[in-house]
Design a protein around this ligand. Structure first.
Ligand SMILES: Cc1ncc(COP(=O)(O)O)c(C=O)c1O
Length: 434
């Protein structure tokens, strides 16, 4: 019996077989199976990428230096991040490295409170921003509370550190079985919650809610009018996955703070970053930012970040995600039309959500069960067909986010495996209706 404690979240693909290796977009298991890893937002370059392995070897030669030491590569990593992923735009003032998306969101939110002298924070419906400090507070989806969902019923929720308000999420789809695929225009009072708030934080994938340019501009404008800090959480969408370097690049408005994580170090190291506007950096010049952690900007992180930026730029990975993503989205829509269990398809670049019918009310669903969901059945069948997709612990939502190095033929393999899984979902949904 192992002493290791693991996540209690629904992990339907958990098998007895152990991961023993990986190469490119594939994972290898102790039972001899080789599975296409199609839902791993932390691995944009797949597994064992030669440049990433080289970067980690180089980092191992470096002394153990914390945030208090100056060393050249860390300055270079910040400069290269701004030049490459932020297109060298002059509004960017500075970069602070961290260790995870959760951590950098907490850093960004606490900084926003300090900058504005206000407490309330605004997130959009179904947001997930992490499970640390204020990032947990603004994770408003009920089943991602960071406490305990008791299987006998009821939840034990950690207490919140800030007043959290919600605004509607963007609602555009690529395809919907009923209703409109277009984004609904925000109502005149929909963004009122931003008034008097320290910050509004928005990401564009969680809960299957993707980017909408008009939504970005409306939030940006309202935050500016209200004197609130607009934080763009690009932990998932940043560094190419959305089909451009940053999802916010799809419009002209620019955030006050951007947070980065998951793919930042090319999957080879834990990494996060808080990227501040010139305005925020100007305030910091006349203040002491009382915020420190031992392993932030560790040599392993920094070498991996630099290597990842170089590979992503040389291989044109954001453009690749845009081109392949458009084609992939088309294939998923075609699949959805043939499967009655699918009610909605949405996505951007190489991150897509396929939503099945019969989902719970997300405002109250608390995951107090280990029942097998219809989404688990689809994931299991796709796995039997050699493809790993994921559910984010959601009963009717599937997400697909393959490495950005994936080839077109491998995207077809994902679609075939999903096709097989959806055939089972169709049967379950039809039986439930009958
Ligand atoms: C949008 C978003 N922000 C933040 C996080 C938290 O990142 P991490 O898991 O690295 O703490 C996640 C993780 O899924 C995320 O999806």
């Amino acid at each position: 019996m192992s002493h290791l404690i693991t996540s209690g979240l629904h992990v339907p693909h958990r098998t007895k077989a152990l991961v023993v290796g990986g190469e490119g977009v594939y994972l290898e298991y102790s039972d001899g199976t080789r599975v296409l890893d199609a839902s791993n937002t932390g691995g944009p370059l797949g597994h064992r990428h030669p440049e990433m392995m080289q970067a980690i070897r180089e980092a191992a030669e470096f002394p153990v230096v914390n945030e208090g030491h100056r060393w050249a590569e860390r300055d270079l990593a910040a400069d290269e991040l701004v030049e490459t992923a932020f297109l060298g735009e002059s509004w960017v003032g500075g970069v602070r490295f961290g260790m995870s998306g959760s951590e950098v969101n907490d850093i960004a939110l606490t900084l926003a409170q300090a900058l504005t002298g206000r407490d309330p924070i605004v997130a959009r419906e179904r947001a997930y921003h992490g499970l640390v400090g204020l990032s947990r507070d603004v994770t408003v989806q009920p089943q991602w509370h960071g406490g305990l969902s008791r299987l006998a019923g009821g939840v034990a929720r950690p207490s919140a550190g800030a007043e959290v308000r919600t605004i509607p999420a963007p609602r555009a789809s690529a395809w919907a079985r009923s209703g409109s695929v277009n984004a609904e225009a925000l109502g005149s009072s929909d963004l009122d919650a931003i008034d008097g708030a320290a910050a509004v934080i928005v990401d564009y994938t969680q809960g299957g809610h993707y980017y909408d340019r008009g939504y970005q501009d409306a939030v940006a404008q309202r935050a500016a009018d209200a004197g609130a800090v607009w934080i763009a959480d690009e932990v998932v969408t940043g560094l190419g996955r959305s089909g451009q370097w940053m999802q916010f690049h799809a419009s002209d408005t620019r955030p006050d703070i951007v947070t980065l994580g998951k793919p930042l170090a090319g999957g080879a190291a834990p990494a996060g970053a808080v990227v501040l506007s010139q305005r925020a950096v100007a305030v910091l010049r006349s203040a002491k930012w009382q915020n420190y952690s031992t392993f932030r900007a560790h040599p392993v992180t920094i070498h991996a970040v630099r290597a990842h930026l170089a590979v992503a730029a040389a291989d044109g990975l954001p453009e690749r995600a845009a081109t392949l993503g458009a084609e992939f989205g088309g294939m998923l829509v075609e699949l959805a039309e043939r499967h009655p269990s699918v009610v909605r398809v949405a996505g951007s670049g190489l991150h897509w959500t396929v939503e099945l019918s019969g989902g719970p009310d997300w405002r109250t669903w608390e995951s107090t069960t280990t029942d097998t969901h219809v989404s688990d059945v689809v994931v299991g069948e796709a796995r039997r067909h050699g493809v790993q997709i994921s559910t984010s612990d959601e009963p009717t939502s599937l997400f697909l986010a393959p490495p950005l190095i994936i080839e077109r033929a491998e995207l077809l393999r994902i679609v075939e495996a999903l096709d097989a899984g959806l055939a089972l979902a169709d049967r379950i949904v039809e039986e439930a209706r009958a």
